[in-house]
Design a binder for this molecule. Sequence first.
Ligand SMILES: NC(=O)c1ccc[n+]([C@@H]2O[C@H](COP(=O)([O-])OP(=O)(O)OC[C@H]3O[C@@H](n4cnc5c(N)ncnc54)[C@H](O)[C@@H]3O)[C@@H](O)[C@H]2O)c1
Length: 446
Amino acid sequence: MAAVPHESARRARAPLQTVAVIGLGYVGLPLSRAMWAAGHRVIGLDNDPAKVHRLGRGECYLRHLGADFVAEMLASGRFEPTGDAARLAEADAVLICVPTPLDEAGQPDLTYVDATIASVAEALGTRGRSQLIVLESTTYPGTTRQRLKPALDAAGVPYHLAFSPEREDPGRRNIATTAIPKVVGAIDRPSLDAAVALYSTAFERVVPVESADIAEAAKLLENIYRAVNIALVNEMKVVLDRLGIDVWKVIEAASTKPFGFSPFYPGPGLGGHCIPIDPFYLAWRAKQAGVAARFIELAGDVNQSMPRWVVSRTLEALAGADPLKSQASSLKPVARILILGLAYKPDIDDVRESPSFELIHLFREASCAVDYSDPHVPRTHPMRHYGDLGLSSVVLTPQSLSMYDVVVIATAHKAFDWPLIAQHAKLIIDTRNAMKDYPQARVVKA
Ligand SMILES: NC(=O)c1ccc[n+]([C@@H]2O[C@H](COP(=O)([O-])OP(=O)(O)OC[C@H]3O[C@@H](n4cnc5c(N)ncnc54)[C@H](O)[C@@H]3O)[C@@H](O)[C@H]2O)c1
């Protein structure tokens, strides 16, 4: 490929297009809004009829985005939610934001991407003229070039094809979607130019890279960097706990170094659709290529062991054992436990892969009765691994808090009334350092 164009630093003026976004979830909905805000007409395609129905009524099912998020788009007449894949033929550009989970064997599950690209290829054939197609779903390097391209070639119609990783961080309020630099890699130069031109209309900064493979790998590096560093501080937490040293104070002290150190924070385990999953896309690809991705596997082991460690630490605290000597696994008190936070991170309602579910499972295994409180998750829904727990969020009051032997802070939502919790919980297991300003509470950090 010829030299990569310089990154654009300002939103470009370009012809307004019809842009289809496939998959209207945590990624696709904000992306639709970004394209809509740039003036494009947006066709939002999702194969979940309930979502399409709600969007058609102007409802936003992702509460952190705000009530008017969809209604404003809808009122303009330039946002059309649909379940009809044939409408892709109307689009000048198609942006794909469908899930890329792991299957039961822990391997990449590209069934959603494959199903989508089959629809895109069919619509491209009907359209009969060129279209820009961009995959935004996180995946292993080579997916765009080796998996999507052959499927599109079969349509026998020219197209442009690129990969642009999504860097959305749901719930983060200090940066807008369009202010997050947009990395773009493509299968050839005309595709790169087309993708850069489109994204430059909506994003403040577009960063073209030499190939789709580089863009795919860059996204994985970002997430592996987080997974490995979180594992490192989780391991530090376990080690320092045994030495009687507060890991949070250690991180605070180390963070004063003005270079060479970026703070990461421990927790009860990893959650969400990215960090617990994406690194294994590269580990799988590495294995195929005959190399081992040892950091990824080790980080996975450490992070996955955190819920069990938190539970054993809780049982130790309940039994009043000396943490330096206790044999937690042999202690099985029956206790009433309240988990604070079912969502995997603060101030959103996303419970995918949330370690809180593993905590509930492990506490129940230890004969404890478990409830949860989460202002963003009023009740539990069926989950792939845990079924439906049939629980509803407990409203926090002095009475409800005092009913539990232990309150375990798993996610530090801003909406929690921390002074109330500090005052009325009998014992608090704090995995997020949320109680740092309440020395009067009975707290064990874990
Ligand atoms: N959630 C995040 O914070 C985040 C951040 C960066 C990247 N990503 C990546 O973005 C991708 C999407 O993640 P998400 O969190 O938005 O997922 P999501 O589950 O919230 O949304 C995906 C949507 O795709 C729809 N869908 C599935 N198959 C479809 C099909 N064949 N046709 C039409 N619609 C279909 C689903 O109904 C769902 O609404 C994943 O690859 C993920 O790894 C997610």
